[in-house]
Write a protein that binds this ligand. Structure first.
Ligand code: GAL
Length: 948
């Protein structure tokens, strides 16, 4: 076995489309004999024939290091071994697979037989009986071998030797776990003489006539005659170009209309689901069927916390439904083609797909791109082979609108060769590649994490090209639509900045949208430690020398696909319907941001809630409203009219757009968007103060005269307040935003300024007749920066206590604060909280679009958000009133003059900041409560701009 070439695999058949057919197929998935050796040189030579009695076993498809043979490893850009192309390290584990099987009679009935491998990481040599079938390169790509001669009736011996690292590793340095093995299915195919070997159906839609035209290229065994039959369209034609099929319903991600085409020869029928659509660019705008489209996208890796990149149809279907239910309409298959059946689901449910080749040579960034295979002609065959395998396998899928050459492989003529082959082979789609900003050989200008100002300029320049002084390459680029194949990084608490990007995407016709990085966290589930907790692991947890820590935990959903606040926020930012209730509540403006649908698939309802009680509600008539236009609808007078009883807390009108009927992806009544008018009573008249006060308390509040802090409040053991301006850093706080390259990350600035360990000194306590006044100074260690607090406690006639807090920084601060608030502690873990304000999702100034005003009751486990690496989470901003439930009772907090932010956590900020994993946090014993005047945004500094 040679694992240090620069060439593609050998011996396989030319790539072709994945077809459903009535020809026989036999799965060879299941338990195989298996053995792993530490290196190729040391691996036994008799691996193909040795008795496997002493071997272990493995489930195919699967990764060996998730089945007890070795451990996973995670690194991003860094190669886990010396960059010495095309050589892998000596220590490249070698997995030997063996399977004894009997071919089914139906396969054997055909003289032509194929053995198909859908994915082997990273390089394999394959033998059937005593015949070498060949080798594979391209882990996420299909390889088929002709086994017509090698397959026998009776016992067959299949032997596959797999190298974890090989020359291919230099082309597969995607940001993900290293997971070797036969991880996709192995299938034996009986191929009928005169059967349908390959099909390429280009189903064009003419938006001016609504007619479909089919170009059908069919390859049959021995040139057998084939027919294309589409029953629904009464089509029965010979393959060829320009088959007119009459008026059709077009395919779009919003209306995923598929037609079943059968390709028939005398011996085989293959079924292909086609969607008629036309993808083009005009005047720097991305069009489908003549209309501009907006990509509301995510980057999707294949990952399962127990099975790695092994496909599970149920998990993936649910995952795609979850995307659709959160208004996501586009997926970039980062950074390799997914399992072939995922494409069927994309077609069926409706997604715009950038199908990406299995290619990333990012590791060469650390050599200054010296030796980068993209620019080395010796690798050109390997590059082209990968692209051809990608395109051929998926070429019949309506959802695929762009082919992507790969990710982060810098530039070079091998990429150019891939682009030119792709354009020639399939002019019906666009070519995408982000790595070459000159955009010479691509059809769209794509960037990742471009800052706001640059995105604005990119939008502007297409509108006013003459105003910009450009090189010829740049002039060409000006004609291309723009998208961000990655923007906003969903790591930890975040991402912020989505609204600002989306405003730009909506404003400029050139901008076709973007894809959040990334859909899913890649945590690997640790074995149960007996506590039943789900413990996720990340880079370094397996003792790797080279790793990138928790950078692999960066998704809108957790590894077990639970939505995180970022997803709820994104869903609201990208909602295809925007509802703006007029301040006077006489009307609502409905903006239809769909590209193809009007509003007739929706029901619109409204509701008025006063102090938590629904006073009026009803349905609104759904107006005619074409895609990408707006309409104003009147609201009933009951929405706005003055009421006999005036709201004491809030009076809210909510208008909701929901699906009228069940769709393939959601039941009827699924909410697409909300719009609100909130009239909040922020200024509240406090009850009268009652006397007397003393230095150890007033009314139901007892103060500790030594510290000036509360010791008890009513029946509650409450301690505080302490002035707080820090938070447990988020992943984004710990990283350097691309907008502030000269400053260290804010978490570092906070630590240097000492706001994570401030110390409070009591200046004095005095009692007047009705109030106790406590003055403190809370200062940072080492420096003289401090905040003086003037805290005045009053007892009120209704039995509550009032606290007026005046916080004055001493004007020597040079650091931003994470927040400004008062911190309290109570014994026992928190039990929950009722909130009148924005919720139920946690919110920050730049992560709040999915929150709406309401009367929310949060359970204990909804107060904060599980983060594999603990950090700040769970703030609720713009709150008018909150009742915090603890084991000893409840504490009701009401602001007298402004909305506030509140965080209730079972862990202190120090505990959160110190823990590397959530399961390392101590058992909750206390309730940490913060009432903040301000809370900072979260930004997306792990990749992209920091907090605006
Ligand atoms: C991008 C890269 C992704 C991922 C992301 C950070 O540069 O394309 O694969 O690494 O950064 O999570």
């Amino acid at each position: 076995m040679d694992i240090a070439t620069t060439l593609p695999g050998t011996g396989s058949l030319p790539p072709r489309a994945r077809l459903r057919s009535d020809a026989p197929a036999q799965s060879l998935d299941g338990r195989w004999a298996f053995r792993v050796s530490p290196s190729l040189r040391g691996a036994p030579a008799d691996w193909r024939t040795a008795d496997t009695a002493g071997w272990g076993s493995i489930v195919v498809p699967g990764h060996w290091n998730l089945q007890g043979y070795g451990t996973p490893a995670y690194s991003n850009v860094q190669m886990p071994f010396p960059v010495d192309p095309p050589f892998p390290p000596d220590a490249s584990p070698i997995g030997d697979y063996r399977l004894e099987f009997t071919a089914s009679g139906s396969v054997l009935a055909h003289g032509r037989r194929i053995l198909r491998f859908d994915g082997i990481e990273s390089a394999a040599e394959i033998w059937l009986n005593d015949t070498l079938l060949g080798t594979t390169r391209g882990s996420r790509l299909t390889h088929e071998f002709d086994v017509s001669g090698a397959l026998v009736a009776g016992a067959n011996r299949l032997a596959v030797r797999v190298a974890q690292f090989s020359d291919a590793t230099y082309l597969e340095n995607q940001d993900m776990w290293w997971l070797p093995g036969i991880f996709r299915s192995v299938t034996l195919l009986g191929r009928p003489a005169g059967g349908v070997d390959d099909v390429f159906l280009v189903a064009d839609y003419d938006p001016t006539t609504a007619e479909g035209v089919l170009d059908a290229a069919v390859t049959t065994d021995g040139g057998a005659t084939a027919r294309i039959v589409i029953d629904e369209l009464a089509v029965d034609a010979a393959p060829g170009a320009g088959i007119r099929v009459g008026v059709v319903e077009p395919w779009t991600a919003e209306t995923p209309r598929l037609y079943e085409a059968r390709v028939i020869t005398a011996t085989e029928t293959a079924t292909v689901r086609i969607g008629f659509r036309r993808v083009e660019t005009r005047d720097a705008v991305l069009l489908v069927n003549g209309a501009p489209i907006m990509l509301r996208g995510v980057n999707r890796h294949e990952h399962h916390p127990e099975h790695g990149r092994v496909f599970d149809p149920r998990v993936v279907r649910d995952e795609l439904l979850l995307m659709k239910r959160h208004n996501i309409n586009a997926v970039r298959t980062s950074h390799y083609p997914p399992h072939p059946e995922v494409l069927d689901l994309f077609d069926e449910l409706g997604f715009w797909i950038i199908d990406e080749c299995d290619l990333e040579s990012h590791g060469f960034e650390h050599t200054g791109w010296r030796g980068n295979p993209s620019a080395d002609p010796r690798w050109q065959g390997a590059y082209l082979d990968r692209m051809r395998r990608t395109v051929h396998r998926d070429k019949n899928h309506a959802s695929v609108i762009m082919w992507s050459l790969g990710n982060e492989s810098h530039h070079g003529e091998n990429l150019e060769a891939m682009a030119s082959w792709t354009k020639t082979f399939d002019p019906s789609r666009l070519v995408h590649y982000e790595g070459d900003w000159s955009s010479r050989y691509v059809d769209v200008y794509s960037r990742m994490y471009a800052p706001f100002d640059e995105v604005r300029e990119i939008g502007e320049e297409a509108l006013h090209p003459a105003a910009f002084d450009r090189t010829p390459d740049e002039m060409h680029r000006l004609t291309l639509p723009f998208l961000q194949c990655e923007f906003a990084h969903a790591m930890g608490t975040g991402p912020g900045g989505l609204d600002e990007y989306w405003d730009l995407f909506e404003r400029y016709p050139r901008i076709a949208g973007g894809f959040v990085w990334e859909w899913l966290e890649h945590g690997i589930l640790a074995p149960d430690d007996g506590t039943g907790r789900r413990r996720f692991l990340y880079g370094g947890d397996f003792g790797e020398d080279v790793h990138d820590g928790n950078f692999v935990i960066d998704g809108l959903v957790s590894a077990d696909r639970v939505p995180r606040p970022g997803l709820l926020h994104y869903a609201a930012v990208i909602a295809p319907v925007v509802l703006r209730v007029a301040d006077d509540r006489t009307s609502v403006v409905i903006e239809n941001r769909h590209d193809f649908l009007d509003l007739s698939h929706l029901v619109l309802s409204w509701q008025r809630v006063v102090d938590g009680v629904v006073t009026d509600a009803g349905e609104l008539e759904v107006p005619a409203c074409t895609p990408r236009s707006s309409v104003t609808v009147s609201l009933p007078t009951a929405a706005g009219e003055a009421r006999a009883t005036v709201a004491t807390v809030a009076d809210v009108v909510t208008v909701t757009a929901a699906t009228a009927a069940a769709t393939a992806w959601a039941p009827a009544g699924h909410i697409i968007a909300n719009g609100q008018s909130v009239r909040a009573s922020v200024a509240v008249a406090a009850p009268e103060a009652v006397e007397p006060a003393a230095v150890d308390g007033v009314g139901s509040v007892s103060l500790d005269p030594v510290t000036g802090r509360v010791a008890r409040l009513g029946g509650l053991e409450l301690s505080g307040p302490v002035v707080g301006v820090w938070r447990a850093p988020t992943d984004n706080d710990r990283d350097l935003g691309n907008d502030e390259p000269d400053l260290p990350p804010v978490a570092v600035r906070w630590h240097e300024a000492g706001i994570d360990r401030m110390v409070t000194r009591l200046i004095g306590i005095e009692a007047t007749d009705a109030a106790v006044r406590v003055r403190t100074r809370t200062g940072t260690p080492i420096r003289d920066t401090a905040i003086d607090a003037d805290l005045v406690w009053t007892a009120l006639a209704d039995g509550s206590v009032r606290l007026d807090a005046d916080l004055v920084p001493n004007a020597r601060w040079s650091t931003d604060w994470a927040r400004l608030g008062l911190d309290f502690e109570l014994p026992g873990a928190p039990q929950g909280m009722d909130v009148v304000g924005f919720g139920p999702m946690p919110s920050y100034p730049d992560l709040r679009a999915g929150a709406r005003f309401g009367w929310w009751s949060l359970a204990a486990d909804e107060l904060t958000v599980p983060n594999v690496r603990p950090q700040e989470s769970g703030s609720r901003i713009d709150v008018l009133e909150a009742t915090v439930r603890v084991s000893g009772g409840a504490l009701r907090i009401r602001s007298l003059d402004r909305p506030f932010a509140i965080t209730v956590s079972p862990h202190s900020r120090g505990e959160l900041a110190a823990a590397a994993h959530d399961w390392e946090l101590p058992a909750p014993e206390r309730t940490y409560l913060s009432v903040d005047l301000f809370q900072s945004g979260v930004g997306t500094a792990t990749c992209g701009p920091g907090v605006l």
